[in-house]
Design a protein around this ligand. Sequence first.
Ligand SMILES: [Zn+2]
Ligand SMILES: [Zn+2]
Ligand SMILES: [Zn+2]
Length: 246
Amino acid sequence: MLKSDKLERLELYKDRNTQVFLNKFLSEEISELEPVYDPKVGYHYPIVEAIVGSVQDAEAFLNRLYNAGILERRLYDKIIYCPKCGSANVSVRYCCAYCKSFDIQRSALIEHVKCGYMDVEENYKKGNKLVCPKCHEELKKPDVDYRRAGTWCTCKDCKKSFDIPVVAHFCRDCHTAFTFEDAVIKDVYAYTLREDAKEEAARGWVIIAPIRDFLLENGFEVESPAFLKGKSGANHMFDIVAYEGK
Ligand SMILES: [Zn+2]
Ligand SMILES: [Zn+2]
Ligand SMILES: [Zn+2]
């Protein structure tokens, strides 16, 4: 944990929203905050929104806690947004490597082991059976009579064949088709409370806050956190410092 972030953390622990949120971890109501998917807004964090208000505020709030070293995060997913309207309601299209049409047929490639003939599955189909188009023998046992040798795509528009399709996207809201190059891609995280922050947070308001309130009620001036200059002239940070009121 960075010492330089400690002040920021202590500030945050005094914040009511942070307290409500961190309490959910401390009380074990949640162990990890996962984002929830919504086709309209994409990923969001309803638990946090209930505390801080909007989707944007929730994101800023989580970023602040992460940057201060209170939360840890792991990459949960990547989300694709439409570059034109910003919608997250985006589909994936597998397209022809030649003409970019998404009207392609994906087939399984099958090899007849005995004669070595290879073709797409449809060409072996005879009713419910698989029959080799070359030697006319029936293929019965997978991995013995025949083996699957990957996939093969055929474009229904230009009729060409290829093994790896090109990925493209389609916005279901504004109907724009766009490529990987233009896609707006955002990292989405799941959050946990850092072990060391757990203790620090608990001390921050479970222990310090009542002491602070008690001292204030009894006429002390209180600073928390506070800096005092030591004999060496260096500044030292204290969780709480109380002065006798005048
Ligand atoms: Zn769009
Ligand atoms: Zn094509
Ligand atoms: Zn054959």
